[in-house]
Ligand binder design. Structure first.
Ligand SMILES: C[S@@+](CC[C@H](N)C(=O)[O-])C[C@H]1O[C@@H](n2cnc3c(N)ncnc32)[C@H](O)[C@@H]1O
Length: 266
């Protein structure tokens, strides 16, 4: 089940990668900035960015730690990583590297990182208890820092409301318990972190982005995951999201996304 789920996830993120760089990265800049504010990286530190995607946080972290430090971005999607690697080369950053791997089995030695970051990635991890153990294993002890961002519940997070509504028209994905709202209640994950030796708390902050109209939001937020649905079901799904979130009038839409930051220490 895990392998089938993982294979499906890799396919989705691979297909998303170019759209992600073009359309999502810019919208998530406030999240990356809020992560960096909380991580308070210092020159010379070693950072692992879990679920690095197209690398936008890893590249910012590399600038913060400087050439005396180092950043390793890890992701399950080789297409996302290819884009991240290209961006690092373009920026001339050679103290950031990107490795294929998963949260449940991080490609890293024990106690080798000062900080683990995970921005909007843990909601998609199939075995989060294993991920908590892995994060604790690779962090230095004591004093290793962990900062993650996860979305809140749909009622206070427009991106989750959008994707949940669109997703309700698709068959259940082969990986159960994952999705944008999967850590809306982070209590279980906080206990898993505590068992692994990381004491963590949650800070909340509303972050925002815009779409010019319904169709562009649909293409970015639901295009890939609904592409296989029959056209009439796609139309039904679109109507449901539009009725719920556009009040029947197409045009620009401001998304307000309550974001939860999980902040911990070994
Ligand atoms: C919403 S994107 C976030 C990317 C980036 N951190 C950002 O903030 O833009 C989620 C990322 O998590 C990755 N991911 C999903 N499950 C993962 C796992 N088990 N281990 C590592 N990465 C994973 C996906 O491939 C994807 O690149």
């Amino acid at each position: 089940m895990q392998d089938k789920g993982l294979e499906w996830q890799v396919g989705v993120w691979d297909q998303m990668s170019e759209l992600y760089e073009r359309e999502v990265d810019q919208r998530f800049v406030p999240v990356a900035q809020a992560m960096l504010d909380r991580a308070a990286l210092k020159p010379g530190e070693r950072v692992l960015d879990l679920g690095t995607g197209t690398g936008s946080l890893a590249l910012r972290a590399a600038t913060a730690v400087g050439p005396g430090g180092g950043v390793r971005g890890v992701d399950i999607s080789s297409d996302m990583l290819r884009i991240a690697g290209r961006r690092a080369t373009e920026l001339g950053l050679d103290h950031v590297e990107f490795r294929e791997g998963r949260a449940e089995a991080l490609p890293a030695e024990d106690s080798t990182f000062d900080v683990v970051l995970a921005s909007l990635s843990l909601m998609y991890v199939i075995d989060r208890a294993a991920a908590a153990q892995e994060i604790a294993r690779v962090l230095r002890r004591p004093g290793g820092r962990f900062v993650a961002a996860v979305w809140a519940a749909p009622e206070e997070c427009d991106i989750v409301m959008f994707q949940k509504t669109a997703g309700s028209f698709a068959p259940p994905p082969p990986a159960p318990g994952v999705g944008p709202g999967a850590l809306a209640d982070p209590a279980t994950f906080l206990s898993e972190l505590a068992r692994a030796g990381i004491e963590a708390r949650v800070e909340r902050q509303q972050l925002e982005f815009d779409f010019a109209d319904f169709e562009s939001a649909w293409n970015v937020l639901a295009g890939v995951t609904t592409a296989q649905l029959p056209p009439e079901i796609q139309d039904e799904a679109k109507k449901a999201v539009r009725d719920l979130m556009w009040d029947g009038v197409d045009g620009p839409r401001h998304f307000r996304n309550m974001t939860q930051f999980i902040i911990g220490r070994t």
